[in-house]
Design a protein around this ligand. Structure first.
Ligand SMILES: [Zn+2]
Ligand SMILES: [Zn+2]
Length: 209
């Protein structure tokens, strides 16, 4: 599996390009900004984008989705519970100094436990509300890898003081869903460095009982 992670936009959201070496199909997760850079990474590996996956509808994760869709024709996929966030994107863009992304249309609503295939690669949706109502993670069982969005960070967890945030709910998502994954799972958070489930289980101060 090709997996390139690079920070995009003023808030340095970790964007992922996941590619299958055999079929050359690719999925892009959280193309928040810098779509030219995303397309350059895709072209460098000779990939074709067949899906755009959004972990949640914050501007730093979804801001470039329509531009990437226009360039590739790939459908935009996100959990439906974050659709109510879409009208807030203009305001969010102002807060962080990004240009407004315009109207964003979700093509397919992700459902918990559904698997998306990119060539031979399986990505399973883990519905993990709390940072927003519609936050989700993508789990790659064969590669023992989790793209966590803003639900889990190295040494921290997602903030819950923004619209739709719920501290009790994010803790439930983390304990019941995320920490149910094996310790060796590599975690690629929405911002900052990678970590593992085992490391966070042991030392993340927000996850201690
Ligand atoms: Zn967020
Ligand atoms: Zn973020």
């Amino acid at each position: 599996m090709i997996h390139e992670v690079f920070p995009v936009g003023p808030l340095q959201c970790n964007c992922s390009v996941i590619g299958d070496e055999n079929s050359h199909e690719a999925m892009v997760v959280d193309p928040g900004d810098d779509i030219d850079e995303v397309l350059a990474v895709v072209a460098r590996h000779g990939l074709k984008i067949t899906r755009i996956y959004i972990t949640h509808a914050h501007i730093d994760h979804i801001g470039g989705a329509m531009k990437l869709k226009a360039a590739t024709g790939a459908p935009i996929t996100m959990h439906g519970a974050d659709e109510m966030q879409l009208p807030l994107l203009d305001m969010q863009a102002q807060w962080v100094g990004m240009t407004s992304p315009g109207k964003i249309r979700i093509d397919e609503f992700a459902k918990d436990a559904h698997s998306y295939r990119t060539g031979d690669i399986e990505a399973r949706v883990l519905y993990t509300p709390g940072h927003t109502e519609g936050s989700s993670c993508l789990y790659f069982p064969a590669e023992a890898r989790l793209i966590a969005g803003d639900t889990l960070f190295a040494g921290s967890i997602g903030r819950t003081d923004l619209p739709g945030g719920d501290h009790h709910q994010i803790l439930t998502s983390l304990h019941d869903r995320v920490l149910a994954l094996p310790d060796e799972t590599l975690v690629v958070p929405g911002h900052g460095p990678n970590t593992t489930i085992g490391e966070e289980r042991q030392s993340n101060p927000f996850l201690q009982k």
